[in-house]
Write a protein that binds this ligand. Structure first.
Ligand SMILES: Nc1ncnc2c1ncn2[C@@H]1O[C@H](COP(=O)(O)OP(=O)(O)OP(=O)(O)O)[C@@H](O)[C@H]1O
Length: 236
């Protein structure tokens, strides 16, 4: 990794009332690497992504992307986000949505290329809310990639996908990573982390309890063993 990582989060604290969603979280990510966050429900993974994308306020610690604070005008055009779920699109078709999103960026990837790459063609003219969960996931991923981001956040990118679609998503993410993009993803799928991640953070109760490559974390057993050893499952 470079001296200052492209994404540099140190000792992050985020509170919602009495809940400390992040409690000293330290995470780094760099170009051409997949960084995976594993952790139980409620561990703080989505909150972290929301902070990085300027959607949630940080109460303590430091957070920079490309050396800038999150949400700054220099950062936003360089990041992509695939949220866990979005009800925002509703009646718009995938094709129209992607064409609309592409107009928000200076140098977008052509919508038709992403429609082909992610196998969206057969349902591109169906309203978003009528799509299956997996089809919505494909559209959400296309939306995250359309601006040619240098850093992309994917919140459970293959949740609910059938095995073939999941493999196809992995191949797309490998290509994105190999093109030099920094990929940060959350997942509950240990196979996904094993298949894709260059670096894994195990997060519990808003802080990192273990980190390393998959090989480093699996010296004493499976990745699931490491997950269970380093998490409690207690909510913050
Ligand atoms: N806007 C909010 N208001 C109040 N509490 C919140 C808010 N956002 C998150 N939280 C709380 O912060 C904690 C962390 O939630 P977060 O969504 O970051 O977990 P997660 O690791 O992404 O979980 P999952 O794996 O289930 O998606 C939870 O206890 C959650 O209830």
């Amino acid at each position: 990794m470079s001296a200052v990582p492209l994404l540099d989060a140190r000792d992050l604290v985020v509170s919602f009332g009495a809940t400390r969603a992040l409690d000293g979280l330290t995470v780094a990510a760099d170009a051409g690497r997949v960084t995976a966050l594993l952790g139980p429900n409620g561990a703080g993974k989505t909150t972290f992504i929301r902070c990085c994308t300027g959607l949630a306020r940080v109460d303590g610690g430091s957070l920079t992307l490309f050396g800038q604070p999150p949400g700054s005008p220099a950062v936003l055009p360089r990041i992509g986000l695939m949220p866990q779920a979005t009800g925002a699109w509703s009646g718009i078709t995938a094709a129209r949505l992607l064409r609309y999103l592409s107009r928000l960026y200076a140098n977008p990837q052509p919508a038709d290329d992403l429609i082909d790459l992610l196998g969206i063609g057969s349902f591109a003219r169906t309203p978003y809310r009528r799509l299956s969960g997996g089809q919505q996931q494909a559209v959400n991923l296309a939306g995250a990639l359309i601006g040619r981001p240098d850093l992309v956040f994917l919140d459970e990118p293959s949740a609910g996908l059938d095995p073939r679609s999941r493999r196809a998503t992995w191949q797309v993410l490998e290509r994105v990573r190999d093109a030099g993009v920094a990929v940060v993803l959350t997942t509950h799928d240990m196979h996904e982390a094993e298949a894709l991640a260059n670096h894994v953070y195990i997060v519990d109760r808003g802080r990192v309890t273990a980190e390393g490559s998959v090989a480093e974390l699996t010296v004493d057993g499976s990745l699931e063993d490491a997950f269970l050893r380093h998490t409690t499952g207690d909510r913050p």
